[in-house]
Design a protein. Structure first.
Length: 439
C-alpha cells in the first residue's frame, strides 16, 4: 500500500526494488548514489545526500593557479621524476616539520596519485617485506576500499573495531594480535573515516611503543589532516601540532592527501612520507620479490614505477604551492574546511532532536569533534531498514557494516554535500520520520 512520505513512496519503492539488494546495509556507496540519482531524476526532489565523502567546497585557488601556471609553462609534455618533483618533496618535508613538528628528509616525501595509490603501494610493500609477517592489521572502522586493495593484492589482513578498545585498553587488544608474530603493519586514519574518532596522543603513543616492540610499520592515513577542529593546528611552527604516531616510533609511513584538506580530489594528488629510518632500511625479502632491498627504493622504483610511473606533473606543482603557502603563513589551510565542522554541529543536533543516536560519540572523556563525518543509529531499527526508511524521507547515507564496525545498525553521514539552505528541509524530513517511527 502506498504511504504518504515526503518523497513519492511508489517511486522510492520501485527504485529500491530495481537495485535488487534485499538488505541495503550491504549496498555499496555507488549503489546508494545510483538509487538516489534515479529517484531525484524522476521526482525532481532534492535529497539530503550524505552517502559520499566528496569535497563540498571549491578547490583551493593557490593550487589551481599554480597548476595552470605549470601547464602554461609546458610541464604536460614531461614525465615528472617518479619520486616527485623537488619542489614538492622539499615543501612536504617543510609542511610536516611546520604542522607536525616531525623531521623528515625530502627524499622520503614521495608524490602519489592520490592517497589511494600511496596506500596501495604501502600495502604491497609491507605485505612483501618479511615472509614471516604476512598479515596487516586495521584499527577499524575504516575506509572499505583499502581492504579491497588488500584483496586485489592478494595479501592478508585482520581488523578490530576500536569502539570498545580506547585508551589503555588499546594496548592489550593490539598485543593480542601482535604477539602472534605474523603482523607486518598497523593501519588507521586519524581523524577517522567513517566515525570521526580521533586517536589521542596517549593512544598514538601505545601504537608507537608496540610498533617498536614488535617491529611493525604504522601506516597513518592523514586524509583529514588538521581537521580535528577542537584544536587549531593551522599556525606553522607553533603547537598544537597534528598528532602523530611519528612522535613515538621511527617505523612509520604517513599518507597526506590533497583531496579533502585542499578540496583537490579531482587532481588525484597526494604524498606518502616514509620515515628516514624506514626509507633506508634493508629487507632481504624485498630484494627477493622486487630486486631491491631498501624499503623506500623498492616503493618508488619498483612499485610506483609499475603502478603509474609517477603522479601528475601539474598536480605536484599545485600541492607544492599549497604546502608552501601554508608553511609561509600566507594560507590558513584549516579555515575553509572548518565549514564542515559547523555543518556537522547543526546536523548532529537535528538528528538527536528527532530520536537518533550518535554511534561513535566520545574520544575517551572528550566529546567527539564535529567534522566531515558523523555516525547515526535509530533505536529499534537495523542498518538496512534505516537506510531504506530514510530514503522515503529524502535522506541518504551508507552503512557502517562495510567499514568493519561492530555497530552494524549504524550509518555514516557525510556533511560535505549538504548546504546550509537545506537545513530546513532536513529538519522537516527528520520530524516526519520521527512522527512515523516514534521511539
Ligand atoms: C581515510 C581515507 N584515506 C584515503 C582516502 C583517499 O584519498 P585520495 O583521494 O587522496 O586518494 C580517503 C578518501 O575519502 C579517505 O577517507
Amino acid at each position: 500500500m502506498s504511504k504518504n512520505t515526503p518523497i513519492n513512496f511508489d517511486v522510492v519503492k520501485s527504485k529500491i526494488e530495481s537495485l535488487n539488494i534485499p538488505d541495503l546495509s550491504k549496498a555499496t556507496i555507488r549503489e546508494i548514489v545510483k538509487v538516489v540519482d534515479m529517484i531525484q531524476a524522476e521526482t525532481g526532489d532534492k535529497y539530503i545526500r550524505m552517502e559520499m565523502g566528496v569535497p563540498g567546497l571549491p578547490p583551493e585557488k593557490i593550487g589551481t593557479e599554480a597548476e595552470i601556471a605549470a601547464l602554461k609553462a609546458g610541464v604536460a609534455n614531461n614525465y615528472p621524476s617518479i619520486e616527485g618533483i623537488p619542489e614538492l618533496k622539499n615543501e612536504t618535508a617543510r609542511f610536516i616539520k611546520n604542522f607536525m613538528n616531525i623531521d623528515i628528509s625530502p627524499e622520503g616525501c614521495v608524490a602519489t596519485t592520490g592517497s589511494m595509490q600511496g596506500g596501495y603501494a604501502s600495502f604491497q610493500a609491507v605485505s612483501s617485506m618479511d615472509k614471516k609477517k604476512d598479515t596487516a592489521l586495521f584499527i577499524d572502522p575504516g575506509f572499505p576500499i583499502q581492504k579491497q586493495q588488500f584483496k586485489v593484492i592478494g595479501a592478508k589482513f585482520q581488523s578490530f573495531d576500536a569502539y570498545d578498545y580506547r585508551g589503555e585498553k588499546l594496548r592489550d587488544k593490539l598485543e593480542e594480535f601482535l604477539s602472534k608474530g605474523n603482523i607486518n603493519s598497523i593501519i588507521f586514519s586519524n581523524p577517522n573515516n567513517p566515525s570521526w574518532i580521533c586517536l589521542t596522543d596517549e593512544e598514538l603513543k601505545i601504537i608507537g611503543e608496540l610498533a617498536n616492540k614488535y617491529d611493525v610499520i604504522v601506516i597513518e592515513d592523514l586524509a583529514y589532516f588538521g581537521m580535528d577542529f577542537r584544536q587549531d593546528f593551522s599556525t606553522p611552527g607553533q603547537p598544537p601540532f597534528q598528532p602523530s604516531v611519528a612522535n613515538y616510533t621511527d617505523n612509520w609511513i604517513m599518507l597526506i592527501s590533497s583531496s579533502k584538506v585542499f578540496s583537490y580530489a579531482g587532481q588525484r594528488m597526494a604524498v606518502m612520507a616514509i620515515s628516514d629510518k624506514l626509507y633506508n632500511r634493508s629487507y632481504p625479502d624485498l630484494q627477493e620479490r622486487f630486486g631491491a632491498d631498501k624499503f623506500g627504493y623498492a616503493i618508488v622504483y619498483r612499485l610506483l614505477y609499475s603502478l603509474s610511473s609517477g603522479a601528475s606533473h601539474s598536480g605536484q606543482h599545485a600541492l607544492a604551492a599549497m604546502f608552501k603557502a601554508a608553511s609561509d603563513g600566507k594560507f590558513n589551510f584549516v579555515e575553509p574546511v572548518k565549514e564542515y565542522g559547523e555543518r556537522a554541529k547543526i546536523m548532529k543536533k537535528l538528528f538527536t532532536k528527532y530520536g537518533f543516536e550518535i554511534v561513535y560519540n566520545k574520544d575517551l572523556d572528550q566529546d567527539l569533534a564535529d567534522g566531515f563525518y558523523f555516525t547515526i543509529a535509530y533505536p529499534g531499527m537495523n542498518g538496512g531498514e534505516l537506510i531504506e526508511n530514510l530514503l522515503y524521507y529524502g535522506i541518504s547515507a551508507i552503512s557502517l557494516r562495510g567499514a568493519g564496525s561492530t555497530h552494524v545498525d549504524g550509518l555514516r553521514a557525510c556533511v560535505s554535500q549538504i548546504q546550509r539552505s537545506q537545513f530546513d528541509d532536513l529538519e522537516y524530513r527528520l520530524k516526519r520520520f520521527h512522527e512515523d517511527f516514534p521511539n
